[in-house]
Design a protein around this ligand. Structure first.
Ligand code: AMP
Length: 286
C-alpha cells in the first residue's frame, strides 16, 4: 500500500479509529524527521507487530529551549517520506505547528518529576516537559496504539514509560535498541552538524562507554570509578567536551552506592555544534 500523508488531527483520529473498529492494531512511531536508519528500525519493528503503522514527523517547539537549534533543525520531507515508505509505514502524520498548537503557547503541560530532573534535565531543564506534553497530545490524537521509542534517548524512554503508567494512557510503550554507524557513533539527525574532523572524533562517546563496560566486566562496582574511567576517555579527545557521564540503575536512573543488576551507562558531550548523547547497558550478576 503506498504511504498516505495526513496533516490534520481530525483526519488522523478518524482514520485510526476506523482501523481499530475493523479490528486492526495500530503502531505509532513519533519522530522529529530527518530520518535515518535508527528511525527506520522503529518503523520496521512497528510494521512487524501491527496492522497499521503511523509515523509522525513534527519538530516540536515546546521541547526546544531559547538558544537551541529549533530554527535550523534539519528537515527533508521528501527523503523522509521515501525512507518511511520503505520501512513499511502506512501513514505519515505531518501536522503543522498551528495544527498542533492552534491557540499559541499551551497552558497545559505534562511534567514527569524526578526522572526528568537529572542528566539531560540539568542541561535542558524544560526539555522533558516539552517531550511529555507533545507525546501525551499525540497519544490523545492516535488513541490506543503500540508506541515505539529508541533507547538512544534512554532517559526520554523512561519519562514516557512513567507518564503512560502514571496517567493510564492506553498505550503500550516498546523500547528499541540503538542503531549505530559502523564506527560506533549512534545515529542521530544532529550528526549532520558535525564537520569532518568532529565526525572523526565523535565515536569517542562509544569508546568511553566501552571503557566503562570493560571496567564493570573486570569487576569494578564503584559508579565513581567507572565514570572517572569514561570521563578520561573523553578528556583525551580535544574536540569533545564532556557534559555528564553516569553509571545508573537502569530502572530508576539513579546512581546506586554499588553497581548491581541492570545498569546503564549514560554520556553526553559537546562535539562542535551538536551535543551528542549515548548510552549502553550491562546486567551485573551479584
Ligand atoms: P528524534 O527524531 O530524534 O526525536 O527521534 C525519534 C525516535 O527515534 C526516538 O524514539 C529516538 O529515541 C529514536 N532514535 C533516534 N536515533 C536512534 C538510533 N540511533 N537508534 C534507535 N532509535 C533512535
Amino acid at each position: 500500500m503506498p504511504i498516505t500523508t495526513i496533516s490534520s488531527i481530525a483526519e488522523l483520529r478518524s482514520t485510526l479509529d476506523a482501523a481499530r473498529a475493523a479490528g486492526r492494531q495500530v503502531g505509532a512511531v513519533p519522530t522529529m524527521g530527518y530520518l535515518h536508519d535508527g528511525h527506520a528500525s522503529l518503523m520496521r519493528a512497528a510494521r512487524a507487530e501491527n496492522d497499521v503503522v503511523v509515523a509522525t514527523i513534527f519538530v516540536n517547539p515546546l521541547q526546544f529551549a531559547e538558544g537551541e537549534d529549533l530554527a535550523d533543525y534539519p528537515r527533508s520531507i521528501e527523503a523522509d517520506t521515501e525512507l518511511a515508505e520503505a520501512a513499511g509505514v502506512d501513514i505519515l502524520f505531518t501536522p503543522s505547528v498551528d495544527e498542533m498548537y492552534p491557540f499559541g503557547p499551551v497552558l497545559t503541560t505534562v511534567t514527569v518529576s524526578d526522572i526528568s530532573s537529572g542528566w539531560e534535565g540539568v542541561t535542558r531543564p524544560t526539555h522533558f516537559a516539552g517531550v511529555a506534553t507533545v507525546v501525551a497530545k499525540l497519544f490523545n490524537i492516535t488513541g490506543p496504539v503500540h508506541g515505539y521509542f529508541g533507547e538512544k534517548d534512554f532517559q526520554q524512554l523512561a519519562v514516557i514509560r512513567r507518564m503512560v503508567d502514571d496517567l493510564s494512557i492506553p498505550v503500550t510503550v516498546v523500547g528499541c535498541p540503538i542503531i549505530r554507524e559502523d564506527d560506533g557513533l549512534a545515529m542521530s539527525s544532529r550528526n549532520v552538524y558535525l564537520t569532518a574532523d568532529q565526525r572523526a572524533a565523535a565515536p569517542v562517546l562509544r569508546a568511553a562507554l566501552d571503557a566503562g563496560l570493560a571496567a564493570i566486566s573486570d569487576g569494578e562496582r564503584s559508579p565513581d570509578a567507572v565514570t572517572a574511567i569514561m570521563a578520561a576517555v573523553i578528556e583525551d579527545e580535544p574536540l569533545a567536551e564532556l557534559d555528564y557521564v553516569a553509571a545508573v540503575d537502569a530502572a530508576t536512573l539513579e546512581t546506586p552506592e554499588h553497581l548491581d543488576g541492570d545498569t546503564r551507562l549514560l554520556i553526553a558531550a559537546q562535539v562542535g555544534k551538536p551535543r551528542l548523547i549515548d548510552n549502553d547497558g550491562i546486567t551485573i550478576q551479584s
